[in-house]
Design a binder for this molecule. Structure first.
Ligand code: EZ4
Ligand code: CO
Length: 412
């Protein structure tokens, strides 16, 4: 069973997606997600110019060998572009192997360790009443765990407040490119850490008073705090019993979490911008956090993320895979198969793709009573309609960036 064809498909139904499609000489098709939000075309070029030509003729059964070949033969290791490209190949090969075996992929990863995956969605609002409406809407959709993001008085625009998310009638386009925005230049947002630190605990208090103590609540700090600021936030949120506080400090500095950890029992999640196990080495070994945020798509695929999660399991660190809409349905399916199989599953982020995306990618996963399941079709359970994909050409879109009141660029 050899790779006969390798195609890179770029489509923008509700947002940009990059998909690798491998076809074997006996006609099996494997899909892999290579979407890197705001830098999509860099991965397209990496795949087109430097990976696709190497894949033709290789034995499609050799997943580990192909992974090691792509990683080591490049010489230049790691990095989001390289690892997204390798991830796409890895996932496509797993898809092919599972189809060849006639099994859903999770069976090849060890079989199901649970009946379904607890998932969380994103509630947000500029004001508390808008936020409450958004929480209720998510509960009505079945969500049993909810991320809370809020506007901050004095700040015009802020991460995590979906521009259309709470508006009636906008369901079809509510995650149109979110949080990236169409345009040739990144949108500018404003930031003030002191206002944020003052405001967020009052919002969590209001949410707990309104919705009770049981519902798991999450919050994303999106890399904006210093360690001591993050420690202060973690401490002030302790009464509200968060499931996790995510990316409280910039993720490049693993040591930052040591200080945060010394001050607070609020569980910590980090890693959506990481791309290899080396980004986690100290964090896992020193038990400085609780949830691995990596997506299959950005971490070298199922083979590599499974190894990271097995390492994490030895230290009671669990999965909390990244699942925004910029992970394609192919990437989400890979996450669900892996999450179902591993022992140390924690929670899965699940925003919902729009109707156009679902028409391009037909999917077999189920969403029942707050739980995801990847379904039981052979392989990943996702098919790509290439003609439908062709109706939506790439659109330039970037993630926003932040400036402080005095004009200084800040982490976004
Ligand atoms: O900013 O997916 O937890 N989720 C997040 C996301 C990320 C985007 C980046 O592409 O932080 O909203
Ligand atoms: Co995040």
């Amino acid at each position: 069973m050899r790779i006969d064809r390798a195609e890179v498909i770029v489509t923008s139904p509700d947002r940009n997606f990059v998909t690798l499609k491998l076809t074997t000489d006996d006609g099996l098709i494997g899909l892999g997600d290579a979407t890197l939000n705001g830098r999509e075309l860099a991965v397209v070029a990496y795949l087109h110019e430097h990976v696709v030509p190497l894949l033709i003729g290789i034995d499609a059964h050799k997943i580990e060998d192909t992974w090691q070949f792509l990683y080591r033969s490049a010489y230049w290791r790691r990095g989001p572009v390289t690892m997204a490209a390798i991830a796409a190949v890895d996932v496509a090969l797993w898809d092919i192997k599972a189809k060849a075996a006639g099994m859903p992929l999770y069976q090849l990863l060890g079989g199901a360790s649970r009946t379904g995956l607890l998932a969380y969605g994103h509630a947000s609002g500029k004001s508390t009443s808008e936020l409450f409406d958004s929480v209720r809407k998510h509960q009505a959709e079945g969500y049993k765990a909810i991320r809370i993001q809020t506007g901050v008085p004095g700040l015009k625009s802020i991460y995590g407040i979906a521009s259309n998310a709470t508006l009636e009638g906008n369901e079809g386009k509510r995650y149109d490119h979110e949080p990236a925005q169409r345009g040739a230049f990144p949108a500018e947002e404003d930031w003030d850490t002191r206002s944020y630190l003052r405001h967020v605990p009052t919002v969590f208090e209001a949410v707990r008073n309104e919705f009770g103590p049981e519902i798991p609540l999450l919050h994303d700090g999106h890399h904006r705090m210093t360690p001591i600021q993050a420690a202060k936030l973690g401490k002030s949120l302790e009464p509200y019993d968060l499931f996790w506080l995510e990316d409280c400090t910039p993720a490049e500095n693993q040591e930052a979490l040591r200080l945060v950890r010394q001050h607070t029992t609020t569980p910590l999640a980090i890693g959506e911008v990481f791309n290899t196990v080396w980004d986690y080495q100290q964090l896992i070994r020193e038990q400085l956090f609780d949830y691995v945020r990596s997506a299959v798509t950005h971490t070298g695929g199922i083979s590599a993320l499974k190894k990271i999660l097995e390492y994490a399991a030895q230290y009671q660190v669990k999965s909390g895979m990244h699942g925004p809409t910029d992970i394609s349905p192919v990437g989400m399916a890979a996450a669900m198969h892996l999450g179902l199989a591993i022992h140390n599953f924690g929670i899965q982020e699940y925003m919902q793709h729009g109707e156009k995306t679902n028409a391009v990618f037909s999917q077999s996963f189920t969403w029942n009573d707050g739980m995801l399941h990847p379904g039981n079709k052979p392989g990943l359970g996702v098919e790509l309609d290439v003609d439908e994909a062709g109706r939506y050409p790439y659109e330039t879109a970037y993630l926003p960036y932040n400036r402080l009141a005095d004009g200084t660029v800040h982490d976004w």
